[in-house]
Design a protein around this ligand. Structure first.
Ligand SMILES: [Zn+2]
Length: 416
């Protein structure tokens, strides 16, 4: 089979038509998709996915968190399957590609292998992970978190949405609380194709990103307590201005991230002035902050530098600042054999590529804690995602799927 496998390419029109066809489940007037996890629209796309996988000769199982696994047999059924896929849920005003591309590409890989009569050595398993987006139920990447035992299944099932509906109840409502024990479907590795959700590939005119790292993250909750007083009668040197203090902290976070670049980023996303009034000096502010970098040492350095800087600012301004670390996620380092297979596949296909860091979280981050894992990025228009305007070119989707195909052949065996 080595000769045909080496020249094999996916059916780009078929891939594109599955993306467009499934975008009708939750499709919005603006061309986006609203398919919240475990909603009626999610049930519809899950039913479509199950039928399409079964038509492609796969056996579909569902675990207790609604994660779906479509197994395509291989020559050696003693080997655990190679997982390929992503997620089919979207943000409330999401697009047609985030997650969907990875699942449809995995289906297209299986269909292409079927057409060519190629059986891989290891079986393949198309995965659709439940609630990657984290919009209806927190946290994000919930299904894969349960799969790798990062969170207890009972905890996940008890999480509720804004209406008080639990994950367990929502799974039952759409008939997707499966009988399979969570984690029982073993995988030998995992490959995920995804849109970049950032501007780098498009700006550099490259069709393929080989994702080598995922950002580590620190989240802070902060509170500044100064003193509310009259804006007109309080001399400048006697003020304890919480907002001016926050301004220094915001700029410190920005400066620290820039100083530790190019892959470090830092932001303040929320700030709430208590009892705001135009003629009262703000006395109390709650704010959030974060740093992201793929280097754990840099994450440590940023954290220490910020804490020191905040102490210095607070002492100088005679205000009280609390800065609590509420979450820390270590950076993800994808498997070199898997990233090597992706780069080699791109080379074989004559597709220019570069190593890239994932700024957003993905199910692959969880999978990487358990099995050799890597991701392929393709460009999306203006780097925009989590938006109905999210867009990717058919050629880029096809290129990424061809890279996935050849990486799968190399890793699962059965290629040239
Ligand atoms: Zn996604």
């Amino acid at each position: 089979m080595s000769a045909p496998a080496s020249n094999l390419t996916i059916n780009a029109d078929r891939l594109w038509s599955t993306i467009i066809e499934t975008a009708r489940f939750g499709g919005t007037d603006k061309g986006g998709v609203r398919r919240l996890t475990l909603s009626e629209e999610d049930r519809q796309v899950r039913d479509w996915f199950r039928a399409a996988c079964e038509a492609a000769g796969c056996t579909v199982t569902v675990d207790g968190l609604g994660n779906m696994f479509a197994l395509r047999p291989g020559k050696d059924m003693t080997k655990p399957p190679l997982g390929i896929g992503s997620h089919l849920d979207t943000q409330p005003t999401g697009g047609k590609f985030d997650g969907v591309l990875g699942v449809m590409a995995a289906l297209e890989v299986v269909r292409t292998l079927n057409d060519a009569g190629i059986e891989t050595d290891a079986p393949l398993c198309i995965c659709n992970w439940t609630n990657e987006e984290g919009s209806r139920f927190a946290p994000a990447m919930m299904g894969s978190a349960g799969y790798v035992a990062d969170l207890p299944v009972a905890d996940i099932l008890a999480r509720t949405d804004a209406e008080g509906v639990s994950v367990g109840t929502a799974l039952d409502a759409i008939g997707y609380r499966g009988p399979e024990e969570v984690g029982a479907q073993k995988l030998s590795g995992f490959l995920e194709l995804h849109i970049e959700q950032g501007p780098i590939l498009e700006a550099e005119g490259l069709p393929i990103g080989v994702v080598e790292h995922g950002q580590g993250i620190i989240w802070y909750d902060g509170r500044i307590t100064g003193f509310e007083s009259h804006t007109g009668s309080t001399p400048m040197h006697l003020r304890k201005d919480a907002l001016a203090t926050l301004s220094e902290i915001v700029l410190a976070i920005e400066a620290l991230a820039k100083a530790h670049g190019p892959n470090a980023v830092g932001s303040v996303g929320e700030a709430v002035i208590a009892r705001p009034s135009r003629n009262v000096i703000p006395g109390e502010i709650a704010f959030s902050g974060e740093f992201r970098t793929p280097d754990a040492g840099i994450l440590d350095a940023l954290d220490k530098a910020l804490q020191d800087k905040v102490k210095e600012i607070a002492a100088r301004r005679k205000v009280d600042v609390r800065l609590d670390t509420i979450w820390r996620k270590e950076p993800t380092h994808f498997d070199p054999v898997m990233t090597g297979a992706i780069a080699a596949a791109a080379d074989r296909l004559g597709l220019p590529h570069r190593p890239i860091v994932s700024g957003a979280g993905h199910d692959s981050f969880h999978l990487a804690t358990l099995v050799p894992t890597a991701m392929i990025f393709v460009p999306c228009k203006d780097g925009v995602s989590h938006n109905e305007l999210e867009s990717a070119k058919p050629d880029d989707c096809a290129a990424g799927t061809n890279v996935l195909l050849h990486a799968v052949l190399a890793v699962a065996g059965g290629g040239a």
